[in-house]
Design a protein around this ligand. Structure first.
Ligand code: C2E
Ligand code: CA
Ligand code: CA
Length: 721
């Protein structure tokens, strides 16, 4: 992730600042001109100007207020309606003028904080305006309905007057009115409705109400219509689209009322239709702005999450979906070295390529923020579908991008999740995509990775282990087992290897391959290793006291990180002193990589230990990349041949000549350098016999004994077994 650029400038000026006041006045004048040009208002120009001056001041105050609230915007919208500023263009012009001029007049153009506050106020103003206008329209509608009813009920003389009143209202009303009989035959429509739909009365009379159905009408519109015609309800309101004569469409608020005859039987229907297209478009624009990223024009995080939520809400049982979670590699470097403008242009181009490579029904490309993008594929058929998308995207990004004379190469890492939606949640999907993206990065970038529940489970377990390890050491959950190192010649136990285990409260007994590497990563290996060393030395001291000359040395594994710990020599010396253990009763096992090809420091430490009298063994010899020539310069006493070479010596009859040759060579080599040789992993008598014949000194393995508690070694030494 890259940091977002923050262009914001704090504007600390107060709304009472004279420059601000002057700006507000000038804005109010432009506003008055716009409003007067778009509505018929029963006020003098000066009155209009004064009214809008008041509203402008309210707006400016809201803009700078702390805490910020949108309620004043709503209030201003409804006051515009109260003042009869309700021409068809009034709202549109007002919103546009606010966006174009207000901040400039106030001398704050380009201030992002004010810009976003203003956008919020514009939205609130539109909402307040729409609400007030709706209320006023409903009041008008009620009056018209009352007039219709009046007309029916009044005496003849009255009737004529009422008729005339109704006619006047019908003709003059700003709102569209249509009357149809109960079969839906259109009887009359007023001028406003003719203008709105672009058909004359005569043309309209050819139609049945049902002909005005729009393919995208909500189902409820026509369900309620049937109920009304059947006399089950007296009116209903709906939002509905109509086709105009010129092929355009009109968004309306529709109120349909039933007129009954003297016996209460349904007789007529009266439709009152208000054109809300402008407001609708405005709402759409505001909604679009809220849901799209201004830089790339792609859907933003909010829209993506909304869409994802919808996918999950509509899910049928076996529906699947997939996600590509994409993050550019090294974007921060480009941003920092070439500047944010270049970074922005790069994001635009990447967005364009993504959009280009992923198109079609059910696919959505969104920018999540920074250099993160996401591709949602609804109704995928399986993992391969999404892998194909990811491949296409990676290919699409291969061609260098030219910006301001630079040829930039970008690559991206992609996390892929694809699954059946039942049994999972959108939060699961996002979390897994995020984890998988991290894998793609960790595996080397410029690639995709596919979510793998087993890998995740392993990582979660690893994480749990590494998080609980420090407490485990304090709580004494670790313990040490010992495995004898046996002289092949006469089966004497000459040493024992200390092997650590973890009695985990949740996972049970854990072998070192589950946690040693983790401990190396976290650094806990240093205190853990020190603890094993002390434990082993204490045990060695006990054996020394009990068995004297027959006591074995203890062989303790030393991890790479420990071998580089500057405190190593001091720690070992202190522990030997505290246990009063002669140094030659301790052997330290290091892997080849810990000893060879490293800096001088560990070597110095080894020399110091060697000088002290501690034995040094190379563990798992033959599996690394040993520089054999180097071996003779090292302070080493023993080579431990890795157990993998014992495979070929398993049975006398089917001996693997290669393994056998290697072991023979290693033994000769060790002896040529005056080193002892221990063979690990000895499991069968045949192996033991073969090793003896090859001249190997010591053996370790299940054939002699499995690792066990120190008491097992006691029994061995006493000859109890
Ligand atoms: P290693 O040093 O090579 O230890 C020998 C491993 O071989 C031990 O596994 C032991 O149980 C196993 N083994 C013994 N005899 C046989 C046999 O006949 N056949 C087979 N197949 N295996 C045999 P373990 O105890 O699981 O230890 C695994 C590794 O963990 C050790 O390999 C060592 O590298 C590391 N480790 C164990 N304890 C410590 C420790 O205290 N500190 C550090 N740094 N590493 C340790
Ligand atoms: Ca070892
Ligand atoms: Ca080993």
């Amino acid at each position: 992730m890259t940091e977002r650029v923050d262009h914001r400038v704090r504007d600390d000026r107060s709304p009472l600042d004279p420059a601000v006041l002057a700006g507000a006045e000038s804005f109010a004048r432009s506003w008055a001109t716009a409003v007067i040009g778009s509505s018929y208002v029963p006020m003098t120009r000066a009155e209009v100007a004064q009214h809008l001056q008041d509203l402008t001041e309210m707006l400016v105050e809201a803009l700078f207020a702390s805490p910020f609230r949108t309620a004043p915007g709503y209030e201003i919208g409804s006051r515009l309606v109260d003042a009869h500023f309700t021409g068809t263009d009034t709202l549109g012009r007002t919103i546009q003028l606010l966006g174009d001029d207000l901040l400039a007049e106030l001398g704050s153009a380009g201030d992002d904080r004010l810009q976003s506050r203003l956008a919020a106020l514009q939205g609130a103003l539109a909402a307040g305006y729409a609400r007030a206008l709706r209320e006023r329209t409903l009041a008008e509608q009620e009056a018209i309905r009352a007039a219709v009813l009046d007309a029916r009920d009044q005496a003849e003389a009255m009737l004529r007057a009422s008729e005339a009143r109704f006619r006047a209202m019908f003709t003059e009303a700003a709102i569209g009115i249509g009357i149809a009989d109960i079969e839906g035959r259109i009887l009359d429509v007023n001028q406003a409705l003719q203008d709105m739909l672009g058909f004359s009365v005569e043309e309209m009379r050819q139609y049945n109400v049902r002909d005005l159905m729009h393919p995208e009408d909500a189902g409820s519109v026509w369900r309620l219509y049937d109920q009304l015609i059947a006399g089950e309800c007296d009116h209903y309101r709906a939002e509905k689209r109509f086709h105009r004569a010129d092929g355009e469409q009109v968004w309306t608020h529709l109120t349909l009322s039933l007129v009954r005859d003297d016996h209460g039987e349904p007789q007529y229907q009266v439709a009152m239709i208000e054109d809300v297209t402008d407001r609708h478009l405005l709402q759409n624009r505001l909604r679009y702005q809220a849901l799209h990223d201004p830089l790339t024009g792609l859907p933003n995080r909010a829209l993506f999450l909304e869409r994802l939520g919808r996918v999950f809400n509509n899910r049928a049982k076996h529906v699947r979906a997939g996600l590509c979670y994409l993050d550019l590699d090294g974007f921060k470097v480009i941003n920092d070295s070439l500047g944010h403008d270049t970074g922005d242009q790069l994001l635009v181009e990447v967005g364009r390529r993504l959009d280009h490579s992923v198109s079609g029904e059910g696919k959505l490309v969104a920018r999540m923020g920074g250099d993160e993008f996401v591709i949602l594929v609804e109704g995928s058929a399986g993992e391969q579908d999404i892998v194909d998308v990811a491949d296409r995207v990676l290919t699409e990004l291969e061609a260098p991008i030219r910006i301001a004379g630079h040829e930039l190469s970008v690559s991206a890492s992609i996390g892929i999740v694809e699954r059946q939606l039942s049994g999972t949640t959108s939060a699961d999907l996002m979390r897994d995509a995020d984890i998988t993206l991290y894998w793609a990065k960790a595996d080397g970038k410029a690639r995709w990775a596919l979510y793998d529940p087993e890998r995740n489970a392993r990582e979660v377990a690893r994480f749990t282990l590494s998080a609980t390890m420090p407490r485990a050491l304090e709580r004494g959950e670790f313990y040490v087992e010992y495995q004898p190192l046996v002289r092949l010649e006469d089966s004497t136990v000459v040493g024992v290897e200390a092997l650590v285990r973890w009695q985990h409260p949740e996972f049970g007994r854990l072998a070192p391959d589950r946690f040693i590497e983790l401990a190396e990563e976290t650094g806990l290996i240093v205190p853990l290793g020190r603890w094993v060393l002390r434990k082993a030395c204490e045990e060695a001291r006990r054996w020394l006291e009990e068995f004297g000359d027959a006591a074995p040395f203890v062989s303790v594994n030393l991890a790479v990180r420990q071998s580089r710990d500057p405190e190593l020599v001091r720690d070992v010396k202190r522990i030997l002193d505290e246990c009063a253990l002669p140094p030659h009763h301790l052997q330290l096992e290091l892997t080849e990589s810990a000893i060879m090809g490293t800096a001088d420091e560990p070597l110095e430490a080894l020399r110091a230990l060697c000088d002290m009298g501690v034995r040094i063994a190379i563990d798992d010899f033959g599996t690394g990349y040993s520089n054999l020539a180097y071996l003779k310069h090292l302070p080493v006493h023993e080579l431990k041949i890795a157990g993998s070479f014992m495979e070929g010596l398993r049975a006398e009859t089917e001996e693997d000549p290669v393994d056998s040759q290697i072991v023979a060579t290693l033994v000769q080599l060790a002896h040529a350098l005056s080193l002892g040789v221990t063979a690990e992993g000895v499991e069968t008598p045949a192996q033991a016999a073969r090793l003896l014949r090859l001249g190997c000194d010591t053996g370790q393995g299940w054939f002699f004994a499995r690792p066990g508690p120190p008491e097992d070694i006691d029994s061995l030494l006493r000859g109890d077994l």
